[in-house]
Design a protein. Structure first.
Length: 210
């Protein structure tokens, strides 16, 4: 929580798969700092990340916005990491990750701080892309050993975690035009691909005609 350009509350926590139960206690402690006041805006990370975690984070933000009558803004979560802020000359940081089912992703952190859309690719294409960026800081939210890279390439990849305060820093670093553009957009999860669902089998009650 920020007020007048200063951090007034921050509480990191590791939720693993308990997103719905872990977020509310820190949130309650944050809201107590308002002392009866109201939020002026809400910033939320939109992923990519855990399918459930992203949806719950957005739902919480939308619920708070209804209560406080304030706008919500979404920014890619990959930008909210210490490694995303490291640059080497003109080489921009690159986020890499395991997209499951034999695919991987890479996302560039733009010069103005935002994370660009992730690109899906196979292991060979990922290695080729990283070889083309020998000076870039490479980081991941996953275990680097899951990226299917050769050992010498894997050693270049730093594992990191997102931090809410760094997402605020990205927001404060944007120009007014970009902020207005983001505030006009509805919150939307940054999924790597459409959620995977299986079709109901023949005879399933949902397929029966009434």
């Amino acid at each position: 929580m920020w007020r007048d350009g200063e951090k007034v509350f921050s509480e990191p926590f590791s939720s693993d798969r308990n997103h719905n139960s872990m977020v509310f206690d820190p949130l309650e402690r944050a809201l107590e700092r308002l002392d009866g006041g109201r939020l002026s805006s809400i910033l939320v990370g939109t992923g990519p990340g855990s399918y459930s975690g992203i949806r719950i984070g957005i739902a919480v933000a939308q619920g708070l916005a209804l209560v406080h009558g304030c706008p919500t803004v979404g920014l890619g979560s990959l930008a909210a990491t210490p490694a995303a802020r490291e640059s080497r000359g003109s080489a921009l940081p690159l986020a890499v990750g395991d997209a499951r089912r034999g695919l991987y992703f890479i996302a560039e952190i733009a010069g103005h701080g935002e994370a660009m859309d992730a690109e899906l690719m196979d292991s060979d294409a990922l290695t080729a892309r990283l070889l083309e960026a020998p000076e870039s800081v490479l980081f991941t939210l996953d275990d680097p050993s899951r990226l299917g890279l050769a050992p010498e390439m894997e050693r270049r990849v730093v594992r990191t975690k997102p931090e809410a305060g760094l997402l605020i820093d990205v927001w404060l670093g944007l120009d007014e035009g970009r902020r207005s553009e983001l505030m006009a957009q509805p919150l939307s999860p940054s999924y790597l691909r459409a959620p995977y669902t299986s079709k109901a089998k023949a005879g399933h009650p949902l397929l029966r005609k009434g």
